[in-house]
Ligand binder design. Sequence first.
Ligand code: BES
Ligand code: ZN
Ligand code: ZN
Length: 495
Amino acid sequence: MYRSIKPTAASTKTQAAVLFLPAGTKSLPPGLASDYTSNILDQPDTSLALEWTRTLYSGENRRVIIVGIGDTNKVTADTLRQASAKALRELDKAKLTTASIHIFGLNDSLGADTVGRAIADGMSLANFTFDAYHGKSKRPEKSKREKPTDLKVVIPQPQRAGFKQGLKVAEGVTTARTLACTPPNVANPKYIANYCKNLAKKTGLKCKVIDAKKAKELKMGGLLAVGAGGSTPPCMVILEHAPASKAKQKPLLLVGKGVTFDTGGYSLKGDGGKGMKYDKCGAMNVIGAMQAIANLKIKQRVVGIVGLAENMIDREAYRVDDILTFCNGVTCEVTNTDAEGRLVLADCLAYGTKTYKPAGVIDFATLTGGVVVAMGKKIAGVWSTDDSLLGKLKAAGDTVGEPIWQLPLNDDYRKMMQAKHADLHNSAPVREAHATQGAAFLSYFVGSDAPKQIPTTPWVHVDIAGTSNTDGGTLMEKGPTGFGVRLATELAATL
Ligand code: BES
Ligand code: ZN
Ligand code: ZN
């Protein structure tokens, strides 16, 4: 793992040349071809398919790393992210600290910026690892280098701007993934709020914390109930990016579920919540996106709100049958304390839409197991009130490789969430349309008309329960993906 990836001057003499080669390449341009490299292209097992790679020596203690990108006509940004991840892993294995990238046979339609970004994405996503808690026991396979060093990368001029931009976004992705990995005995609501305050100082973002006392004044009954049994009190953090010229603009509002640990509460999860430190990923990804948006100086006002609470069993914890009142006056009977994310988000959405009158709202949440069953771990399920905002988000997702797919939301689904003794219940008595129940519940909180009708505020709910973490592959090791950071940043950049 490298400490960071840095672009460097074209004149730098590098330890390795990384060649991205399409299948069928028969010869290399002069300067890069040596006897050895020309030879390899003739070998029958040189497929140059995606994921195929060879590291060769080319004299003068220099290496040539050949990375296949497959059929030229099928190369996409995804292909390049994959190939760049592979290249990073080869460089890391050989402990190299400088490399120059050479790209061949690309389809012109991709565009230099896209190519540069994809390379930065792939390299930085593959570079991530979380070793802050490796103790003193010797695990040589985990500490490849005594001290982490930077990887300096020479990138061809046309792709350089995109590459640099990609690296800036990557900082936000790394923040999100690191926070997601940070264990629940450390990353409690208070820790995350402090992290946000520091981040704001470093990036120029504005930061406001609504602590539990203030939340009580504001009648945020959902946030307070879910966090009542937690090791530190629940809170809401608001990060704002407001470029001077756009200070009064209606913002894009990003909202994230930050349940720092989800035991299920009294509706206890069977395994006590193994892996549920990732239940804060929606919020961590919003924090990462805000960092990236500030880093890129995006010319758009963006507000990020995260609801932070720890869902625990305790004398103070909320119960099944409790009736809660949210800050927009809507009430809810708790039918399952494990459907807690929607209770936290309800107050965030109601407060955020009332306070900031956003032009559009996107929320990210590891909300339901149902979305994992329906969609798997590569595509996020989304529900929306606005085709135009949804279209833009979908396009952004396709660009950055964080794909989304729409599921339906209508009054029938909203009715499923209505209760006898309160306006709503947080989980319907039937398991039908499980993931959509979550979306339908949230729809009661997006803007002032939301309690009465499907909201008119443009809104997309993104359920990242499946996509927020991966079992591991070439692009990312097992663990959190930061899904939503690149998506939200791209949306903000293209709105
Ligand atoms: N955090 C979970 C959802 C989840 C499940 C995230 C699997 C990641 C992987 C959420 O709070 C939850 O427990 N949802 C319940 C809702 C149900 C009780 C209505 C679920 O999905 O089963
Ligand atoms: Zn839960
Ligand atoms: Zn949860």
